[in-house]
Write a protein that binds this ligand. Structure first.
Ligand code: PAF
Length: 284
């Protein structure tokens, strides 16, 4: 496995591999890797001959400097996991090479509409930061295919639209959320939970699945069902941050033509904000 920090070296390496006929599968990450990331890697490897993983904690997508400074950095452990997983190239650029002129001067990519709702409303500029870095990494890595987790549902929806809108020749593969046996969605944030919080945490997916099946039978009751789910979570020890039930294609409220609904959950357990989502069919 090659660990490459310099974008020029990466470009040369990718050019050489492509000349040899390789096709490139890409998984962008911010490090602190867990089983969920390794599942994305496995998926990429199933479709392509060369797998590239980037590890870059992207300052442009953080609203809060404290969150950026405290983001866990575990490069040595991450590289060991990727080596074990059979990854070919790990790209670990610095913020200085990615944003040589600073963030204020940076050209950006913004996917309109769906970047401003839901999580985007709470974190202004976050998805602009995500689409910009992903576009930039796509330009550097030149992948044929890239894998994104369904866990970050809005991010996945935005990237799919960006690739279509900008005619990027890259196939986006959505990968199902990896869960603990308890149902808890895997996340780097789970490491921050105390042992008593860990016992409560699986309740999030339980309440989400109950809500999803109720929405399936009565989508017009959505508002009341969301209120009930929020109370159930709060009674279990969470502080509900947001629950939305929207159309997965547009991230807008359900309408009579919606074929599916996505239930998006965000709740605090102590200081840790956990998220999860599930898509269900409507009008079966
Ligand atoms: O999902 C993430 O870890 C990040 O948002 C991504 C896609 C690597 C962009 O920085």
């Amino acid at each position: 496995m090659k660990v490459i920090e310099d974008p020029k070296q990466l470009r040369n390496e990718i050019k050489k591999l492509k000349q040899q006929g390789a096709n490139i599968g890409f998984v962008p990450t911010m490090g602190n890797l867990h089983q969920g990331h390794l599942t994305l890697v496995k998926e990429a490897q199933q479709h392509t001959s060369i797998s590239v993983v980037s590890i870059f904690v992207n300052p442009m997508q953080f609203n809060n400097k404290n969150d950026l400074d405290n983001y866990p950095k575990t490069l040595a452990e991450d590289c060991a996991k990727l080596e074990q997983a059979g990854v070919d190239i790990v790209f670990t650029p610095t913020a200085e090479v990615i944003y040589p002129n600073g963030l204020a001067e940076q050209t950006f990519v913004e996917v309109p509409g769906i970047s401003d709702s839901l999580e985007g409303e709470l974190r202004p500029g976050h998805f602009r930061g995500v689409s910009t870095i992903v576009a930039k990494l796509f330009n550097l890595v030149q992948p044929d295919l890239a894998c994104f987790g369904e866990k970050d549902f809005q991010q996945l929806t935005i990237i799919k639209k960006m690739v279509i809108d900008l005619a990027m020749p890259i196939e986006i593969i959505p990968v199902a959320t990896v869960r603990e046996t308890s149902g808890l969605a895997m996340s780097s944030r789970n490491n921050k939970l105390s042992s008593s919080e860990k016992e409560i945490a699986p309740k999030l997916s339980e309440v989400m699945n109950e809500l999803a099946s109720k929405v399936q039978s009565a989508p017009q009751e959505c508002k009341q069902l969301i209120k009930d789910a929020s109370h159930t979570l709060d009674d279990s020890g969470f502080k509900t941050d947001e629950i939305h039930v929207v159309d997965p294609l547009t991230l807008a409220p359900l309408n009579k033509d919606s074929k599916q609904a996505v239930v998006l959950m965000a709740a605090f357990l102590g200081e840790t904000r956990l998220i999860d989502n599930v898509v269900v069919d409507l009008h079966p």
